[in-house]
Design a protein around this ligand. Sequence first.
Ligand code: GLV
Ligand code: MN
Ligand code: MN
Length: 409
Amino acid sequence: MNNIKINEQRLWDSLMEMGEIGGTEKGGCCRLALTDLDKQGRDLFVKWCEEAGCTVSVDKMGNIFARRAGTDDSLPPVVMGSHLDTQPTGGKFDGVYGVLSGLEVIRTLNDNNIQTKHPIEASVWTNEEGSRFPPAMVASGVFAGVFDLEYGLSRADLDGKTMGEELERIGYNGSVEMGNREFKAFFEAHIEQGPILENEEKTIGVVTDAQGQRWYEVKLTGQESHAGPTPMSSRKDALVGAARIIDQVNKIGLENSPLACATVGLMQVFPNSRNVIPGEVFFTVDFRHPDDAVLSKMDAALREFANSTASSLGLEMEFEEIWYSPPVPFNKSCVDSVREAAKLSGYPHRDIVSGAGHDACYISRVAPTGMVFVPCENGISHNEAENADPADLTAGCDVLIQAVLLQAS
Ligand code: GLV
Ligand code: MN
Ligand code: MN
C-alpha cells in the first residue's frame, strides 16, 4: 500500500464546493456553528458520506460520524475528522480540510477496494471554533468527558441562544449518547495556521504536542456620565480600565515571547455613544503557551494587574477564567504512524507543536491521537485570505491514509 494516493482533484473540488456555503466576497468563508449555513454544510457532508456507502450517526452534541465497515466490525474504529464551523472572517480550509480529507480517505479506500480490519470513520465535531459559543472544542470536550452534556448544551451566544436550542432548530440534536465508545486511534489533518512549514519548505508537520490555553471574560463597571461637564478627576471610565488591561495583556505576551501568545479579540462598550463616558466594558482574553508553568505565570500577572487597575480607577470588576485547556502531548504510537506515513509517502517532514487548539486535543484524553499538518500560504489563518496549495493538501491526505492504514489493518 506504499504507493496508494488520494485523488487530488476530488479533494480540492470538495473543499471548494463546501467553501461556497458561507463563501465571502474576499474568498473566505463565514459558517458560524449551528447557523443555517452550518446545517447546509453538514447536510452536504452527510450526503457525500452516504454516497460513499457510509452509515451516518449523530450524537447529542451534534457530532457526526460516518462509518465505513471493517472486516471485523466489532473492533474499535480508526476515526479521522475535524470541524466544519468557521470564524466570522474565516477561510475555506481551517477544520474543513480535516473533515474532507477524512471523507477522501474513505473514497480512496473504496476506489481501491481496500478492506481494513478495523472500521474507519470520518467525523465532524460541533463548534470547534468557540467563536459563536465559547469555549472552543466544546463538543469534542463533552465527548471526552471534560465537560458534561448539560454544560455543552447550555453554552450560549451573545444573543443568549444556546447550543441545545440551535442544535434542535437545525435538526442535528442526535440521539447517540456522548462518548462511551473506544477508538482504535484518532487522526486530525489540519493546515498549520502558522509559517514554520512554509518557511522551512517542509510539506508535512508531524504534530507532537499542542500548546495550553486559558480564556477569560472581564467585565468592568464604572459610571456613565456626560463627556462634557464631567471633570477628568471624577470619572469612572470603564474603557480606560479596559485599555490599560488590554495593553498589559499584550505586554505579558511579549514578556513571555517567543512562545507565548496573548490576545484580546472581542470587546463590547456600553452605551457606545461618543459623548458618554463608557459605564461598562466587556472583553475577552486568550492566553497560550506550550509550557503550563509559564501559562500559570501569565495568569497570575494578568490577575494582579487587572485587580490593581480596576481599584485604582474606582471600577468594579467581574473577572472569570472561563476555560483552561492544558498543553497536550499526542500519543507516541499515533505520532510515529504519522512520521512513518510521511516517510512512506516520500514527503519532507518535521516535528511541530500546534499553536492552535484542535478537537484532537480533547479526543487525545480518551483515544490514542495524532495530527498531520500541511503548510498554508504565508501562515495566515482565521482570515478570509487563508489559502493552501492543492499539492500540499494532497500530501497531507496521502499521509493521513497511510497513518490510518498503519493503525486499521
Ligand atoms: C481554534 O481555532 C483556536 O485555536 O482558537
Ligand atoms: Mn481548526
Ligand atoms: Mn480555527
